[in-house]
Design a protein around this ligand. Structure first.
Ligand code: PEP
Ligand code: MN
Length: 342
């Protein structure tokens, strides 16, 4: 249930409303929009006298939110949420953020060369896995803390922010020391204890879509983070499992407008995991920007054929540079700006 306050509602009236909800044993989340303050009420609403609430001063409307996710819904927060990533960028506004880098950090030389090119391309955020969720236990698992250190060092040198994956609750503190944006991988989208813990991480979260997750399940996962008090969630479409085998996954670009309709959270697209094959990445990146994505995440490598993970979908630097230039033109055409302001 949401309580929409009148435009002229006073702080005292809003406080009284919040108090009333809390007295009934329910949780209340406040969202100050451009036009109205909205109070999101979470819990058993049978314990609340809706009639009485709607009569209280400062109340414009009381609306039942029919979706199972509440705080992630557009009803609760009509304006787009804009998430700040360090000094690097704002995700969810007019900017289209660019996150790029290798699938995994492999060595100082590899991440340094990547960071240099990523920065030169005008991207804001360096990616690179240090703790890798590999489908096979025999595949490269990442450099762990050493990888985090190398990632941070390379990013700092080139004035980039850092996004990297956190796989377990135990890793949150360590990864937070090095990263500006904490990535939840597709395989962990429904790891509810991890999501709950990330609600207290004090860092923005990049929540990738599970490979078999519906949009509703994905938004429910976001809700786990939001309800713990962390409003900084960015969604990432990275392809889902379908019957199609020509691509690694099926990149669901319709998720972009659907999420924009259902939710206020920013959404970015990762075409690299979406298609899994280098030759298809650029066209889907361009399509993502055209569809209204708030950012793109691209895997690159100084020598993709020698990459320790996801080489087949990683772009060599020149191809990535071309992709960025073309995406920038598309962003400008739709009234947005891609990458760093020059
Ligand atoms: C990644 O970003 O390298 C990754 C493992 O992605 P996903 O969780 O989408 O498979
Ligand atoms: Mn990868």
């Amino acid at each position: 249930m949401i309580i929409i306050c009148e435009t002229k509602a006073t702080e005292n009236q809003i406080n009284a409303l919040q108090q009333k909800v809390r007295e009934a044993g329910l949780e209340v989340h406040r969202s100050d929009g451009v036009e109205h303050t909205i109070l999101g009420v979470v819990g058993n609403r049978n314990r609340l006298d809706m009639e009485a609430i709607s009569m209280m001063p400062g109340v414009r409307d009381v609306v039942i939110v029919s979706t199972p996710y509440k705080l992630a819904s557009r009803e609760f927060h009509p304006d787009d949420t804009i998430v700040r990533i360090g000094e690097a960028c704002l995700v969810g506004g007019m900017e289209v953020a660019v996150m790029a880098g290798p699938c995994a950090v492999e060595s100082e030389e590899q991440i340094e060369a990547s960071a240099e090119f990523v920065a030169a391309s005008g991207a804001q955020i360096l990616r690179g896995g240090a703790f890798k969720p590999r489908s096979s236990p025999y595949s490269y698992q990442g450099l762990g803390v050493e990888g985090l250190k190398l990632l941070r060092k390379a990013a700092d040198k080139h004035k980039l922010a850092v996004v990297t994956e956190v796989m377990t609750i135990e890793q949150i503190q360590t990864v937070s020391e090095y990263a500006d944006l904490l990535q939840v991988g597709a395989r962990n989208m429904q790891n509810y204890p991890l999501l709950t813990a990330l609600g207290h991480a004090g860092k923005p979260i990049l929540l990738k879509r599970g490979m078999s997750a519906t949009i509703q399940e994905w938004l429910m996962s976001a809700e786990y983070i939001l309800t713990e008090g962390n409003p900084e969630v960015i969604l990432c479409e990275r392809g889902i499992r379908t019957f199609e085998t020509a691509t690694r996954n099926t990149l669901d670009l319709s998720a972009v407008p659907v999420i924009k309709h259902l939710s206020h959270l920013p959404i970015i697209v990762d075409p690299s995991h979406g298609v899994g094959t280098r030759r298809f990445v650029a066209s889907m990146a361009r399509a993502a920007v055209a569809a209204g994505a708030d950012g793109i995440m691209i895997e690159i490598h100084p020598n993709p054929d020698k990459a320790l993970s996801d080489g087949p979908q990683s772009l060599p630097f020149e191809e990535y540079g071309l992709l960025i230039n073309r995406c920038r033109i598309i962003a400008t055409t739709i009234g947005r700006r891609l990458g760093k302001a020059k």
